[in-house]
Design a protein around this ligand. Structure first.
Ligand SMILES: Nc1nc2c(ncn2[C@@H]2O[C@H](COP(=O)(O)OP(=O)(O)O)[C@@H](O)[C@H]2O)c(=O)[nH]1
Ligand SMILES: [Mg+2]
Ligand SMILES: [Zn+2]
Length: 301
């Protein structure tokens, strides 16, 4: 569904995807090229703002080659920061070393992908520094799609490309893990600035973030703002967290306590699965930490 839609047959009418929005102009990628468009006044009246990622119908003035957004097709989802519609996949990038893996951030990002019903793809990078096999196994066993990559040696970059094909993928993860480096491997050019953390923090202060889709040469798009944050946890209630940890689901259903928080209760099925090694202890610890974070946030509301 993320492939470029075919152009419509009507005169001057095209279908495409908004890849960029700046100062009231929308840039729409179609099978016949990219068109600069304005939005029809009707959207303002209906308080609808076209978003990057929207699949739209546009009318194009054939002499000026500029157009107008006529219709926005129904969205599958909307991410808020930065605002993008119809994302299908979140590539969560983590380094096996340098920086040391932050499993809490990883599990939180995975939970935010699950919350938005976006496919999480776990990308362990820097395998040249640290082999990372246990980490890959931990997440594979939990039921995730996992790659062990190195932007340095090119390990698994072809597999990554295959996973990105025809998807709209956002890259998430801490700074320094190698998101920009992986994207440069994929595009085969130095399109994304890489570097050490301190430089980036400086740069980040002065740049406003608006998102942009970049078309992949083999089909699909990636979102050009690496470093997606996690979701707004104030949207969640503590009792909704367990369903965002996919390998818990088998046990939460069978848990004999109706209002079990699956954090400390004696005889809880989830805790039993942790004890017998079916659920990884780190996943359960991070689940408990996320539940606690939400409880603390809700208290302050
Ligand atoms: N050894 C090694 N270094 C890497 C790898 N990928 C990225 N780096 C380095 O890690 C640093 C941060 O990479 P960058 O792509 O800027 O990370 P980002 O902040 O996630 O975009 C840079 O110095 C990269 O050269 C890798 O696979 N192996
Ligand atoms: Mg970067
Ligand atoms: Zn329980």
């Amino acid at each position: 569904m993320a492939a470029r839609p075919p152009s419509a047959t009507d005169m001057g009418n095209y279908q495409g995807r908004i890849i960029k929005g700046i100062g009231g102009f929308y840039y729409v990628d179609t099978a016949d090229g990219i068109f600069e468009c304005r939005a029809r006044g009707i959207f303002r009246k209906e308080k609808v703002t076209p978003l990057v990622g929207d699949v739209v119908r546009i009318s194009v003035d054939e002499s000026s080659k500029t157009g107008a957004v006529e219709e926005i097709f129904p969205r599958n989802n909307v991410l808020l920061r930065p605002p993008v519609a119809n994302v299908t996949q979140m590539a969560v990038v983590v380094a096996t070393a340098n920086p040391r893996p932050n499993l809490f951030l990883l599990d939180k990002l995975i939970a935010s992908a699950e919350y938005a019903e976006i496919h999480p793809l776990i990308c362990w990078n820097k395998s040249d520094l640290e082999s990372g096999e246990e980490l890959v196994e931990l997440y594979e066993k939990a039921g995730f799609d996992v790659l062990l990559l190195s932007a340095q040696t090119g390990q698994a970059v072809e597999e990554l490309k295959a996973k990105l094909k025809d998807q709209v993928t956002v890259f998430a993860g801490n700074s320094g893990v190698g998101k920009s480096s992986l994207l440069n491997c994929i595009f085969g050019e130095e399109a994304f600035a890489t570097g050490d953390v301190s430089q980036r923090v400086e740069r980040g202060k002065h740049t406003t973030r608006h998102s942009e889709l970049k078309a992949l040469p083999f089909g699909g798009y990636i979102i050009d703002t690496p470093g997606f944050g996690s979701f707004d946890i104030s949207l969640l209630e503590p009792e909704n967290v367990a369903e965002l940890f996919r390998e818990f689901r088998d046990y939460t259903d069978g848990c004999r306590f109706r209002d079990c928080s699956h954090t400390v209760e004696q005889g809880c099925r989830v805790l039993e699965a942790v004890k017998d090694g079916t659920i990884a202890p780190s996943r359960h610890e991070n689940f408990c930490a996320l539940v606690q974070e939400i409880r603390d946030t809700n208290k302050r509301k």
